[in-house]
Design a protein around this ligand. Structure first.
Ligand SMILES: [Zn+2]
Length: 500
């Protein structure tokens, strides 16, 4: 009997202990979740900023009319359009042109310099690009307004470049023109560069500007380029607008897989043809994606937006020590967020024999990788060879390779000033400001030797319906949103002076 009493006691004791442990465990989860709060920036209202809406909209529309197109074929480049745009800038921003020095690089790229009052500080650079992508042949008729007519209607500014990136060129100039008019003087010297071939890799524009400034010993403390904006409904579970500031961009690598084999007639085939061997290699790459990891820019983004998510998501993000595998598997369900947490693998091209009854002598495939910061092109190649594990498949790089960028710091005066400006430009509905990882490449990558921290952002809000305008049909920006972008540039330069 004593034994059974003891057992009872023991069971009671362990149950109590277990309950205590579970309670502590739940308490930890809840406390961690309650600690996950927005890192609110102090953003005192900026006061009224006077921008004449209609003339500013008209000026952007006017800039859209210049067909500053970057074609894949450089032979059809039209220099006159770029030179006309330069003249247009001079006419429309006379104060800025009186105060800033201007120089031309590779004939069509522009470099402005606004001398700062404090020469002991390193300069900053604001960037945008003058060139636009062509309109896809045969789609002109699908545009609500012709792509190069530069129309202001229905509350929008319409045309190729409205988003990418004449709003950047004109937005920066509008802000500078206003500031010069007010007698504003920046503390840090401000460079403003407008490349002319961003859409075709920047080799005569940004690369040449970086070479020139590098040869003069110029080094930037901070750079601001295009690449992020205020998004709506982009991150699942987040209902408020989110201003995503790019703090890193992925690298780019295309590999060619090549299998050579004996040719011959397809009536007497070997067990596996070059096409068969190659397709198994491609299938292996798809079956073995690069591992997902929640670190760097993606981790920072989720930490910043998680406080706006529903409770359970918040609980998961606040307790990554426990939930990380689950969170990662959720993130990777969506192709967009999946691309933020891993080096992606995309088989894009395949070629075998030229005739259906001839065995291929050569079969090739192209596989495009977007490399996550922290990985390297070399590492990707090594891993690809390991996964394929077949000496008959030769792996070589195809075209240009670019390594992922470094991840810029968000604990800097510039980031804080940018965040403050973003909040001040949207007093009616302040967005969550969060860093993020850019999937695409921008011209700013060409300045990595000259730059400390690089951020990628323009201050307009873009609803999902307007996202298709990037390189697509009906590119447009809401006039009010364009003005928000102008205000953000304007406030940023002011806030930088105040050392926010
Ligand atoms: Zn662009």
């Amino acid at each position: 009997m004593a034994d059974s009493a003891n057992t009872k006691k023991w069971v009671l004791y362990t149950t109590a202990l277990l309950l205590v442990i579970i309670s502590i465990f739940i308490a930890v989860l809840i406390i961690n979740t309650s600690k996950l709060k927005h890192q609110t920036a102090d953003a005192p209202p900026a006061g009224h900023i006077e921008i004449d809406k209609a003339p500013a909209a008209k000026r952007l529309a006017g800039a859209i009319r210049f067909k500053t197109i970057s074609h894949q074929n450089p032979q059809i480049f039209d220099p006159a359009e770029f030179l006309a745009l330069h003249e247009y800038l001079e006419e429309n921003f006379p104060e800025a042109h009186k105060t800033l020095s201007k120089e031309t690089v590779s004939d069509y790229s522009l470099v402005y310099k606004w001398e700062g009052s404090d020469k002991s500080k390193k300069p900053i650079m604001l960037m945008a690009h003058q060139d636009v992508v062509p309109v896809i042949e045969g789609t002109e008729g699908e545009w609500t307004y012709p792509p190069f007519q530069g129309v202001v209607a229905e509350g929008y500014i319409w045309g190729r470049g409205a988003l990418d990136n004449k709003s950047g060129v004109m937005g920066i100039m509008e802000a500078v023109e206003m500031l010069v008019g007010e007698g504003f003087e920046p503390e840090q010297t401000v460079y403003i560069t407008f490349g002319h071939d961003e859409e075709v890799s920047g080799k005569n524009g940004a690369i040449k500007i970086a070479e020139l400034l590098g040869s003069r010993g110029v080094e930037f403390e901070y750079i601001l380029d295009e690449g992020g904006f205020i998004t709506l409904e982009m991150i699942s579970g987040v209902n408020s607008p989110a201003a995503l500031v790019g703090i890193a961009e992925k690298g780019y690598l295309t590999l060619e897989l090549r299998v050579e084999a004996e040719g011959g007639h397809s009536s007497i085939p070997p067990p596996s043809t070059a096409v068969g061997i190659l397709s198994r290699a491609v299938a292996k790459l798809e079956e073995n994606p690069f591992p997902a990891r929640l670190d760097g820019a993606a981790h920072e983004m989720f930490q910043n937006v998680a406080p706006s998510m529903p409770y359970l998501n918040r609980l998961a993000f606040a307790n990554l020590w426990l939930t990380k595998p689950f969170v990662i598997s959720k993130i990777t369900e969506n192709p967009y967020s999946n691309a933020m947490v891993r080096t992606t693998t995309a088989a894009t091209m395949l070629k075998g024999s030229d005739k259906e009854n001839v065995l291929p002598i050569i079969a090739t495939a192209a596989v495009n990788f977007r490399i996550l910061p922290g990985d390297t092109a070399k590492g990707v190649i090594r891993e690809v060879e390991r996964i394929i594990d077949d000496l008959r498949v030769k792996v070589s790089t195809l075209g240009k390779v670019s390594e992922p960028s470094s991840v810029s710091d968000t604990d800097t005066p510039f980031y804080r000033a940018l965040k403050k400006s973003i909040l001040q430009a949207s007093p009616e509905n302040p967005p969550i400001v969060a860093p993020y990882l850019l999937m695409a490449a921008t011209d700013s990558r060409h300045y990595k030797e000259l730059a400390g921290n690089t951020y990628r952002f323009i201050g307009f809000t873009l609803p999902p319906v307007d996202m298709k305008g990037f390189h697509g049909t009906d590119e447009r920006v809401a006039t009010d949103e364009y003005l928000r972008a102008v205000k953000t540039y304007y406030l940023l330069l002011k806030n930088l002076n105040e050392g926010s």
